[in-house]
Design a protein around this ligand. Structure first.
Ligand code: ADP
Length: 187
């Protein structure tokens, strides 16, 4: 089973993805975490990606498509995964759709975490103090929200056409949101 968590920055994809992946025994693939690890380790990818991430911009598809390809090719993701943070552009969606289709699979569920913008900003601001993410600063937060609306939100319509999108209110108690996702997915 392949599940995509979609939502604006700060909507709780990481938290809900962790709960979901654990419950279903699926690997969680998180491009943001992979990129942050690459930055920390100063790999060629990390060195290229850092400037975009710090500015709240998307890392260009020329760099990301290969990363996605590698992650989906891992044996543990052969029969399912929770995708957190990608696909985020039309080109990424095309790659994911094509890769899964060649295995006779497709995204079974797209969970869209719906959180009002004021709450997103509140959460990112709070997280900045705790995690010290270099992109949880006002200018980059604003860019990330804009980039989400421009590049990623259109994917909702793309997947809605296939009838796999579930909109889940992402405000409230973490456990209740997780329970709602469980109810929607049916396991
Ligand atoms: P958030 O959704 O809260 O902004 P992420 O951890 O998903 O956090 O992403 C952080 C940054 O990493 C993004 O702003 C972007 O620069 C980069 N990034 C993560 N995933 C992708 C992706 N699929 N395509 C391009 N850039 C990405």
């Amino acid at each position: 089973m392949f599940i995509l968590l979609l939502g604006a920055p700060g909507s709780g994809k990481g938290t809900q993805g962790r709960i979901l992946a654990e419950r279903l025994g699926l690997p969680k693939i998180t491009t943001g975490d992979i990129l942050r690890a690459a930055v920390k380790a100063a790999t060629p990818l990390g060195r290229e990606a850092q400037q975009y991430m710090d500015g709240g911009k998307l890392v260009p598809d020329t760099l990301i498509l290969r990363l996605i390809d590698q992650e989906l090719a891992k044996p543990e993701a052969a029969h399912g995964a929770v995708l957190d943070g990608f696909p985020r552009t039309a080109a990424q969606a095309e790659l994911v759709d094509g890769t899964l289709a060649r295995r006779g699979a497709s995204l079974d569920h797209v969970v869209l975490l719906d959180v009002p913008e004021e709450e997103l900003i509140r959460r990112m601001t709070g997280r900045a103090g705790q995690e010290g993410r270099s992109d949880d600063v006002p200018a980059a937060m604003k860019t990330r929200l804009q980039v989400y609306q421009r590049d990623t939100a259109p994917l909702v319509a793309h997947y809605a056409e296939r009838g796999v999108v579930h909109r889940v209110p992402g405000t409230g108690v973490v456990d209740e949101i997780a329970a709602e996702i469980k109810r929607i997915i049916g396991r």
